[in-house]
Write a protein that binds this ligand. Structure first.
Ligand SMILES: *[C@@H]1O[C@H](CO)[C@@H](O)[C@H](O)[C@H]1NC(C)=O
Ligand SMILES: *[C@@H]1O[C@H](CO)[C@@H](O)[C@H](O)[C@H]1NC(C)=O
Length: 383
């Protein structure tokens, strides 16, 4: 290519000199030769620079001041690289498709850079995710193998004992019926101490995910007889959910992770396309958890515990469809409730705490309360 261009140039150069028939030894002859070379160079370089400028102008939504004439197509482009950390693969594809109207060379350069960048970004992201999953897995393996939460009956903690879960099971049986649940995903499922006691459980397909490998192996063995049950190792923060359950149970789980991982996990659950989510919230009365009353949603390291209130930032859940108070006879010291939400729920609320009138709080100790009843009570109170 370069060879051809240079022979073309020397051909033009010689032709021009022949046409004017100059003597090469004179001073003006030398000046003329120099001028011809200069003109040739300028005509060669200018279109490239102009094309680059136009390309830069239209290839990014950022300021054209980022234009860098010293960087040629095909070579690493410093300005674009510096911004690459904020250019997502999606934005990249978008700008590449905008360029369809631009030059073919520009299209190719951007397409190549885009795909290189997203492949590389994905690779790095995968490495980070694997490390995170390992870290989380080790924390929960330790909790499981040492019975750290002291459940006694259940390694998943006292909140998973049969007596404690009576109301949770009552609510789930009602939700299974009301919402026609055929496939339920329980993530993380723990040692599944109480779930098979839900009324109607055997006629519902149950998938249990947990990050602790020993727990998954144990569950597969332990529930061999149950034809409706299936288990897999899974990290709800980082691994996509490749089934579409009617309802997801995510109970007593989010509050043992960092807030950031909790948000990521909930976003992941929503992405599965499930219609309903069952989870819990703690109004935190200050009695149960040895944490000052009303303090909630604060940072803990993985495996720690904070009182979670999904109504508040960063979760900002919408109102639940229905709920019940947890604990034996609905009594607990944490102000703990379990509810069913229609998905998506996160960021659908206004960030204010759920207000439940006292009489409905009392009712919720025995029976499922529908949010419509809360609304009705609020309407009456406002008259
Ligand atoms: C559900 O199935 C299991 C295993 O087959 C059985 O042990 C259990 O009694 C069944 N439960 C109900 C309520 O039928
Ligand atoms: C969540 O609620 C808080 C408090 O009302 C509000 O400041 C914040 O903007 C909300 N966040 C989102 C993402 O909706």
């Amino acid at each position: 290519m370069i060879g051809r261009v240079s022979s073309l140039l020397s051909y033009i150069y010689n032709k021009v000199l022949q046409m004017v028939n100059f003597s090469s030894s004179t001073r003006s002859g030398l000046a003329f030769r120099f001028a011809v070379i200069l003109i040739l160079l300028v005509t060669l370089v200018t279109p490239w620079l102009a094309a680059l400028f136009v390309f830069r102008l239209y290839s990014s939504s950022t300021s054209p001041l980022l234009f860098d004439p010293f960087v040629l197509p095909g070579l690493p482009r410093r300005t674009l690289d510096a911004r690459s950390s904020v250019i997502t693969a999606a934005a990249c594809v978008e700008s590449a498709s905008k360029l369809k109207k631009g030059s073919r060379a520009g299209e190719l350069v951007v397409a190549t850079e885009c795909s290189c960048r997203s492949v590389r970004e994905n690779e790095l992201e995968r490495v980070i995710q694997q490390l995170e999953t390992k870290e989380r897995s080790q924390a929960f393996e330790r909790i499981y193998s040492t019975d750290y939460w002291g459940g006694g009956e259940s390694r998943s903690g006292p909140g998973s004992n049969v007596l404690y879960t009576a109301n949770a099971r009552k609510m789930l049986a009602e939700a299974f019926q009301k919402f026609g649940v055929h496939l339920v995903l329980d993530v993380p499922c723990g040692d599944v101490n109480w779930q098979p006691l839900i009324e109607g459980f055997n006629s519902t397909k149950y998938v249990g995910y947990d990050i602790v490998p020993q727990l998954v192996a144990r569950n597969i063995e332990h529930f061999r007889e149950f034809k409706n049950m299936e288990f897999a190792r899974h990290d709800f923060v980082n691994m996509p959910i490749d089934i579409t359950p009617d309802l997801i149970i995510c109970r007593d789980a989010i509050q043992h992770n960092t807030l950031k991982d909790g948000v990521r996990a909930l976003a992941n659950l929503e992405k599965s396309g499930a219609k309903y989510l069952v989870t819990n919230w703690h109004a935190n009365t200050g009695r149960g958890m040895h944490i000052p009353a009303n303090k909630h949603n604060f940072h803990v390291s993985v495996g720690g515990t904070y009182p979670i209130d999904v109504s508040c930032p960063p979760f900002n859940f919408s109102n639940p469809e229905l709920f019940i108070s947890e604990g034996p006879n609905g009594e607990n010291d944490d102000g703990k409730f379990i509810g069913v939400w229609k998905l998506p729920a996160m960021l659908k609320g206004n960030g204010e705490r759920f207000i439940i009138p006292d009489d409905l709080k009392v009712r919720a100790k025995q029976k499922v309360v529908f949010w419509d009843e809360v609304l009705k009570a609020q309407d009456l109170a406002s008259i």
